[in-house]
Design a protein around this ligand. Structure first.
Ligand code: 6PG
Length: 465
């Protein structure tokens, strides 16, 4: 038996409910199911004008029966075992042509495995934009077979954010490609957020500014080259007040950052791909370190408070430093995507990725529009070497150096900005210092080195001992 619903969605948590409402609002009939029936009832009761498009169901059997064949079913359940469990529960109820679409934050290795092994047509789709994005237009990174994607492309493009009418939804490649791109998006998100937090620290503890004044700085920067969702919300967060006390919100938030793991996955995967993403690594490390509250307090009591007040970095220098840091962080992320194209035989659409990140997702920014143009004009080129961004870096890297140097001299930890700068300097040093590392390796292990005359597997004089 099959019903009329164009699509089904399982998992009416915050993101699932928002996505289901978005789908219904765009005119698609949708069947919904949640493990806890009351959640489904509440969702249906609050659907308002969208109610005629929504079929709430209370058993998996009724859910499956409500969807038109061949079925397309979106999973919005927590990443990990819950996805496997849900697939197993669905399988006996599905036909051979029915399609499961995992729209959660899955690890792309799991997506590859599920596509190969689950025995049901399967797509792994990365969705970014938080609740607001899911409800009114996320950025959507599809992964899997092109013919399967074509079956739901109309829904995906209808619900996606639009940039000048262009939907922020596209197929990234086969298997786990969509979730891979979403993972790297999140890694970039971590680094972008961390760099902003580091500049916030300089404004607060170095310049002694109050929260409202800091919020004003971010609001002003959001009118310029740094215009982005993350700068915008940083200004709003700085201006916000605590509901309970009326104090500035930031003053009551414990500075220990949470994480669900996608940034960590990015770093682990980057190591396997030999794709350096030091700014993302620094951001993940900073989150891990932020949780060591007791040790940090102990360190402060032993060594004294690190960040000292100082003048000497004007806001224009901080803004330029942040621009340079941001370019370098995105350059690293896009290089990691290139490495995946190379290693996995994918053909990740680099400039299209920048395009679909222009709206809807957490890292959306005006700079991504220029990144899309640069990656389109100079395919295969590291973003930092493209004409547009090389010119921007020429103009801003001195400011980044000033920020990092002044921060270091005055005890302000700036791990992401510092590693962005180190990446920049390493990437413009034609002859670095790995000759010493190779010499050491050869000395203690006869590992061999490549001679500048072109011969490989050469050894130092100790080889004859
Ligand atoms: C998005 C976000 C989202 C992510 C949150 C929280 O693109 O919408 O990346 O997928 O889950 O930002 O991530 P952390 O808890 O790891 O900070």
């Amino acid at each position: 038996m099959s019903g009329d619903a164009r699509i089904g969605l399982i998992g009416l948590g915050t993101m699932g409910a928002a996505l289901a409402s978005n789908i219904a609002e765009k005119g698609f009939d949708i069947a919904v199911f949640n493990r806890t029936t009351q959640v489904t009832r509440d969702f249906a009761a609050e659907a308002g004008d969208l109610a005629p498009k929504i079929t709430p169901t209370e058993t998996l059997e009724d859910f499956v029966a409500a969807i038109a064949t061949p079925r397309a079913i979106i999973l919005m359940v927590p990443a990990g075992d819950a996805v496997d469990g849900q697939i197993e529960a669905l399988k006996p109820l599905l036909g051979a042509d029915d399609l499961i679409i995992d729209c959660g934050n899955a690890n792309f290795h799991d997506t590859d495995r599920r596509e190969a092994e689950c025995g049901v047509p399967f797509l792994g789709v990365g969705v970014s934009g938080g609740e607001e994005g899911a409800r009114h237009g996320p950025s959507i990174m599809g992964g899997g077979d092109a013919a399967l994607w074509a079956r739901v492309e109309d829904v995906m493009t209808a619900i996606a954010a639009k940039h000048d009418g262009d939907p922020c939804a596209a197929l990234m490649g086969p298997g786990g490609a969509g979730h891979f791109v979403k993972m790297v998006h999140n890694g970039i998100e971590y680094a972008d957020m961390q760099m902003i937090a580091e500049v916030y620290g300089i404004l607060r503890d170095g310049h002694g500014m109050d929260y409202d004044a800091i919020g004003d700085v971010f609001a002003r920067w959001n009118e310029g080259p740094l215009e982005s969702y993350l700068i915008e919300i940083s200004g709003k967060v700085a201006h916000a007040r605590d509901v309970a006390t009326g104090d500035p919100l930031l003053s009551v938030i414990v500075d220990a950052a949470g994480q669900k793991g996608t940034g960590r996955w990015t770093v682990i995967e980057s190591q396997h791909r030999l794709a350096p993403v030091p700014a993302i690594e620094a951001a993940v490390v900073a989150r891990n370190l932020s949780g060591r509250l007791d040790e940090r307090a102990k360190g402060q009591s032993i060594f004294g408070t690190a960040p000292q007040p100082f003048d000497g970095l004007d806001h224009a220098t901080l803004e330029k430093g942040l621009i340079a840091g941001k370019i370098l962080c995105y350059a690293q992320g896009f290089e990691m995507l290139s490495a995946a194209t190379r290693d996995f035989g994918w053909d990740l659409p680099m400039s299209r990725i920048a395009q679909i990140w222009r709206q809807g997702c957490i890292i959306r920014s005006s700079m991504l529009d220029d990144m899309a143009s640069a990656l389109d004009a100079e395919p295969g080129t590291n973003l930092m070497f493209t004409d547009h961004f090389a010119a921007l870096l020429r103009d801003t890297h001195g400011a980044l150096r000033q920020v990092v140097a002044q921060a270091a001299l005055n005890g302000h930890p700036t791990p992401a900005l510092s590693s962005g700068l180190a990446y920049f300097d390493a990437m413009r040093t034609a002859r670095g210092t790995a000759d010493m590392v190779q010499g050491q390796r050869d000395f203690f292990g006869l590992h061999g080195f490549v001679h500048v005359n072109g011969k490989d597997d050469q050894h130092g004089p100790w080889a004859k001992d």
